[in-house]
Design a protein around this ligand. Structure first.
Ligand SMILES: [Ca+2]
Length: 314
């Protein structure tokens, strides 16, 4: 057999094979296709195929979502904003993750307790109050629970932030509202509005149009109604100034040098002093910086101390 004829014979065999394969496929197509075996109808109380939505479970009893599905943070899977049932406070969702806590490099006003700057990881996203808890809200709390009204400054209005509040009293308010106080790390992450290099919550330099601090260059000799100044880039008002805000943590001057870098919450043993952040209506520029740290005994009620609540996701 010549080379050519051998090739021809192989080609002929290939063509025949292909024809057989096509015929087999045609037979398959013509054959009845066995359907799925009949199954019994699912009982009405069968478990759903998809896991339950964690949002209503989380919000049940203390808050409701603001907006609809388009107002949900797609990455986190929770509403960007919720509103508390007890006091009507709007809360803003802040993502977890890693951020730089402590004094911005080159900040000449930074004090030793703001250093060393370090990367802190918050393992969970959390909600934080859009503004300071107001006097009107505290009145509703007092009426509902019999809790004492704090001693208020002369001329105080309902829209002013509640003040003259101890850490203990702030904690009790938060518990009533179904939330808690922010940790110091949660507070600073929220106050920075996503800007690691901002010395102040609004930028690198002080600006009297952005906060209610000491003197009246900002338009207020004393307290201002909440939301009188622009929000930071997370939509939070008055994080610097107006009233200083209690945090959950016990105060430790060395916290950044020795404390945990994931979900820090201050020293484990209950020290009598707790953290306050953000400065107040009587604060000068250094205390209005995002990294500035204050402290107070848990059971005293500084005239300029109030609160902003938080709640981490499950
Ligand atoms: Ca404040």
């Amino acid at each position: 057999m010549t080379q050519w004829s051998r090739r021809s014979r192989v080609a002929t065999l290939l063509v025949a094979s292909l024809a057989l394969m096509r015929a087999a496929r045609a037979d398959d197509a013509a054959a009845p296709v066995p359907g799925p075996a009949p199954t019994a109808p699912a009982p009405a109380d069968a478990a759903p195929a998809t896991p339950p939505n964690p949002v209503p479970t989380f919000l049940k009893g203390w808050a409701e979502a603001v907006g609809d599905a388009k107002d949900q943070d797609e990455a986190i899977g929770f509403p960007r904003r919720v509103r508390r049932t007890k006091d009507g406070m709007a809360m803003v969702l802040v993502a977890g993750g890693t951020f730089a806590q402590g004094a911005v490099p080159g900040d000449a006003r930074a004090l030793p307790e703001e250093k060393p700057r370090r990367d802190v990881t918050l393992s969970k996203a959390y909600y934080v109050d859009e503004h300071e808890v107001t006097v009107a809200m505290w009145k509703a709390y007092a009426a509902a629970t019999g809790a004492a009204m704090p001693t208020l400054q002369e001329g105080t209005e309902d829209a002013h932030p509640a003040h003259g509040v101890s850490w203990d009293a702030a904690r009790a308010y938060a518990a009533w509202a179904g939330v808690t106080l922010p940790t110091e790390a949660q507070w600073e992450r929220a106050a920075r509005g996503g800007h690691a290099d901002f010395v102040f919550p609004w930028g690198a330099d002080d600006d009297v149009k952005q906060r209610n601090g000491a003197l009246d260059f900002d338009g207020f000799a004393g307290l201002a109604p909440v939301k009188s100044f622009p929000a930071n880039d997370y939509g939070l008002f008055d994080v610097a100034g107006n009233v200083e805000e209690w945090c959950l943590d016990a105060y430790d001057e060395q916290a950044y040098a020795s404390g945990a870098a994931t979900d820090p919450s201050g020293p484990a043993d209950a020290l009598p002093t707790r953290v306050v952040r953000g400065g107040c209506a009587q604060s000068l520029r250094p205390a209005l910086r995002a990294s500035s740290r204050g402290l107070g005994s848990h059971d005293i009620d500084p005239v300029n101390a109030g609160l902003r609540c938080a709640k981490p996701l499950p």
